[in-house]
Design a protein around this ligand. Structure first.
Ligand code: SAH
Length: 467
């Protein structure tokens, strides 16, 4: 970070604005949101500034500007509209040793004004160190939509009732109270009805000492999607932001973990290079233990938690321990892979059956019987199939289908290092090796006689690769 965000105390402090035109007016509007004493130095004032001076909301000063006049100010804004004058005033402000912001000249700024989402006293400041103001505005727009216009009033109300709550409730009850106020139905009621009914409800709870005990949140089995972090659902992001602890797998994109709260505990329960994976029993145990400690738990899995993810075993362990769980679906790898190469998993009039199968089964379960499902109207998506490619090819050979079946393999779908191979099933093992298709990959198998364009011909990228 070249700049560090801080909230400066402004009440009663001097803010000096040098300039009386449009730039100065803009900074003045911003400062009027604060409780600072604003002084504007300019020979003449813009009409808006003049009106503010007439109302006594700012002080208008004329005459020459010296370092002495600026000393002690909390902030000095320079915005005369003339770059030469601005540079000279910047030098004077520097001599006075005050924090200075020169409009539109980041190189001359000690302090940069952020994009602000204002729900006073809740204030969000967004900065990009001048690299991407458009991005800052987009983030601001998203936050403006997310935060109810009355949210600041609710925070202010909580602030007024803090001492009352502190005098009557213990720390844990207070946490439960405020969690309940901000996350529960009271927040929605406040957005609808404003302060009065909500203030009454909070005071009643504090007086009667009956804080609704926070119901333990269900453990969330969350799908992270197949690759890039923007393929997780909004509900998934919400659960990540609420989580105290997150247990995640190998294939979860690091960008997804970035979406969690900074201080949430992150526990890797996947396979480390050269080591064994965590046994499933141990994962089940740590999920149950964390939930019993009262932590909000997210179990984050790549793709969808219901597809080849052993989610059912974890759910059963939670159920047996009397712990509630919820499943937050995700984009499964087959969807991600098809989309990544511009293809469709089903197509009206051509393919009406999609089979999701795996190259690896539980010990003793044999091989899934996908060959019988490989008809002229189906596509078969094989998960964990690269290591089983030899068996898949042999299986197709036994069924006499080697020349009728086309393979589309998508490795690292939806990631920067995505690779795609399209070839005949005959020699697929050799072709996969040659194209260096490794795990994780989805192997789509489709009958050539379904259509000349099995799953994926739509993608120019794929056509180029297979040409
Ligand atoms: N729950 C996951 C599947 C986990 S099993 C889901 O719904 O997608 C692990 C297998 O998923 C991998 O071996 C691979 O076949 C597939 N997979 C996961 N991420 C993938 C990706 N980005 N590209 C291709 N295949 C992927």
């Amino acid at each position: 970070m070249k700049t560090f965000p801080m909230f400066l105390t402004m009440t009663g402090r001097r803010v000096v604005i040098l300039g009386g035109g449009e730039q100065a007016t803009q900074k003045c509007r911003l400062m009027l949101k604060t409780e600072a004493a604003i002084e504007v130095f300019a020979p003449v004032l813009d009409v808006e500034l003049q009106a503010l001076a007439d109302q006594g909301r700012i002080t208008h000063r004329t005459g020459s500007i010296s370092a002495d006049a600026l000393r002690g100010a909390a902030l000095v804004f320079v915005g005369t509209g003339c770059p030469g004058t601005d540079a000279a005033l910047h030098a004077i402000a520097t001599e006075a040793g005050v924090l200075v912001n020169v409009v539109d000249q980041p190189d001359l700024c000690d302090a940069i004004t952020p994009a602000i989402v204002d729900r006073d006293p809740v204030v969000v400041a967004i900065g990009t160190e001048g690299t991407a103001p458009v991005l800052a505005r987009q983030i601001k727009t998203a936050l403006e939509r997310m935060l109810d216009p009355r949210l600041g009033d609710l925070a202010a109300l909580a602030g007024r009732l803090r001492d009352f709550a502190a005098a009557r409730l213990g720390p844990r009850q207070r946490r439960d109270l405020w969690r309940w106020v901000f996350a529960g139905p009271l927040r929605a009621q406040h957005a609808r009805d404003g302060d009065a009914p909500v203030a009454r409800a909070i005071k009643d709870i504090i007086r009667t000492d009956e804080v609704p005990a926070a119901a333990p949140a269900p453990v969330a089995l969350v799908g992270a999607g197949p690759g890039s972090s923007d393929l997780i659902t909004l509900r998934g992001v919400q659960r990540l932001q609420e989580a105290d602890i997150i247990f995640y797998d190998k294939l979860v994109d690091p960008g997804v973990l970035e979406l969690a709260r900074r201080d949430a505990e992150r526990v890797y329960v996947g396979k480390a290079p050269g080591c064994h994976s965590w046994p499933q029993d141990k994962i089940n145990d740590v999920l149950v233990a964390a939930a019993k400690r009262g932590q909000r738990v997210v179990r984050l899995k790549c793709g969808d938690p219901g597809v080849f993810a052993r989610g059912a075993e974890e759910a059963e362990a939670l159920r047996d321990a009397g712990i509630a769980y919820e499943i937050v679906p995700g984009v499964t790898a087959a969807s991600g892979a098809a989309a990544a190469v511009g293809g469709f998993l089903t197509e009206r009039g051509k393919s009406d059956t999609l089979v999701l199968t795996t190259g690896r089964c539980a010990d003793g379960n044999g091989v899934p019987d996908w060959v019988t499902h490989l008809t002229q109207r189906s596509h078969v998506a094989v998960y964990m199939g690269v290591a089983a490619a030899t068996q898949i090819e042999a299986c197709l050979a036994r069924a006499g289908l080697l020349d009728q079946v086309e393979l589309t393999a998508v490795n690292n779908a939806q990631r920067a290092d995505q690779k795609v191979l399209r070839c005949s099933a005959r020699n697929m093992v050799a072709e996969l090796a040659e194209a260096r298709i490794e795990s994780p990959a989805i192997l789509f198998l489709s009958r050539k006689d379904v259509t000349e364009a099995p799953v994926m011909l739509a993608s120019p990228q794929l056509v180029a690769l297979s040409a």
